[in-house]
Design a protein around this ligand. Structure first.
Ligand SMILES: *Cc1c(COP(=O)(O)O)cnc(C)c1O
Length: 400
């Protein structure tokens, strides 16, 4: 039988879990103790440890990051028919969570350098598009109350929070951080997840640390934390008599998942070092190609969750490279469809977000798993370079 080409033998995935800590030991504790379900010592410990890690007073574990966002919006006071500012360029979950509470996302364009929500876009919408009416901020075009801003720290890089916090304070709007992609990143030395009023993490399998599936809400506000715990655990007023004071949710994380989380969190500093090393190597190896490599802002300490490159040839180049890499068993992924163009959010206020569109067209995330070996990374780099030489001979222009 003819042997497969070498590159087919081992696929290189975009982002896979790294399970080399005390996961087995902690899972065994769960099984041995029969604490496998939705309460248990690992849940309490994981909440405490993540909160301590980011410097927040409270952590409330949830079944996933999307559920965390849903409840964070509720406790931040977002209600039906309100509006919430959300970046146009992001994974769809935060915009969907806004719809779960019956509110509407207003999409804000990205800045062109770091993929993040543009503070100027937030300010412009509030200053030019809104007015203060009876203590509320009202969108003049829709007549709806603007209730919050969701910032999303994308790809391991923090949003430029200073100007956003300045303007939201002026308007009295709470800031919800979607920090699902960026645990461990810092803005001017401060941890993401502790920059706004309330924050969310995800521990999905593709994130920096994983519980299989899971999430967490972080906040310093005692009252919000209490409300979040209440809503995520079926809103029980009297657990013995089954009296429920509100429509709650079963958004709990299990002790088994939390056990994984405790083991993963112990490894996080190592993982972050590894991620930054991978990013540095990609940066050096691709510097002379004319591709736009990933960088961090002067005020940012990025974790480079997914190392993302940009092709001056736009969609044709980035998707051509993606297919070329896929044929060689290397998984690369484009960024998300900008949400102002998403059929799922077609009923939202039409917005112009040209930077988000350009970034979505021209970008490709490369394999960035913590466990990516030097050899694997060299293979990725070699194949990206091979695609660029190939593209020179065709209509696909890759680098500049
Ligand atoms: C992963 C992710 C989420 C959702 O997290 P889940 O745990 O998968 O529900 C939310 N927002 C962003 C930006 C994400 O990347």
């Amino acid at each position: 039988m003819p042997s497969e080409p070498a590159e087919r033998k081992s696929a290189i995935r975009l982002s896979v879990p790294e399970l080399r800590g005390r996961e087995w030991a902690y899972l065994k504790e769960c099984l041995d103790s029969t604490w496998v379900s939705s309460v248990g010592p690992f849940v309490d410990r994981f909440e405490r440890d993540v909160a301590t890690y980011v410097g927040a007073r409270h952590g409330i574990a949830t079944v996933n990051g999307t559920a965390a966002l849903h409840v964070a919006l509720l406790v931040a006071g977002v209600r039906r028919d309100d509006e919430v500012l959300v970046p146009a360029l992001t994974f769809i979950a935060p915009a969907n969570a806004v719809r779960y509470v019956g509110a509407w996302p207003v999409f804000v364009d990205a800045e062109p350098d770091y993929f993040q929500m543009d503070p100027a876009g937030v300010e412009q919408f509030l200053v030019e598009g809104c007015e203060q009416r009876g203590g509320a901020v009202v969108n003049r075009a829709s007549g709806r109350r603007v209730a919050a801003v969701v910032v999303v720290h994308l790809l391991g890089h923090p949003v430029n929070m200073g100007p956003i916090l300045d303007v939201t304070r002026r308007y009295g709007l709470p800031v919800i951080e979607d920090a699902t992609e960026s645990i461990g990143a810092r803005y001017q030395g401060e941890m993401v997840g502790h920059l706004g009023d309330i924050a969310c993490f995800s521990f999905n399998g593709n994130k920096t640390i994983t519980t299989g599936g899971g999430g967490m809400i972080l906040t310093d506000r005692d009252e919000w934390a209490g409300r979040a715990k209440y809503l995520t655990t079926q809103a029980k007023d009297d657990p013995v008599e089954y009296v429920h004071g509100a429509i709650g949710f079963n958004y709990r994380l299990t002790n088994i998942q939390a056990a994984l989380g405790c083991a993963q969190l112990e490894m996080l500093p190592d993982f972050l070092e590894e991620k930054r090393r991978i990013a540095q190597r990609y940066g050096e190896a691709l510097r002379d190609t004319g591709l736009r490599t990933m960088s961090q802002a002067p005020w940012a300490h990025s974790t480079f969750w997914l190392y993302t490159i940009r092709f001056s040839g736009g969609r044709q180049a980035s998707r051509g490279a993606m297919r070329f890499l896929a044929d060689r068993s290397i998984q690369a992924r484009p960024l998300w469809q900008p949400l102002h163009l998403s059929p799922a959010h077609a009923e939202s206020q039409p917005r112009s977000c040209p930077i988000a569109e350009a970034l979505s067209a021209e970008s490709l995330s490369l394999p960035s798993s913590v466990g990516l070996t030097m050899e694997q990374q060299e293979r990725v780099v070699d194949e990206v370079r091979a695609w660029l030489s190939h593209a020179m001979g065709t209509a696909d222009v890759g680098g500049s």
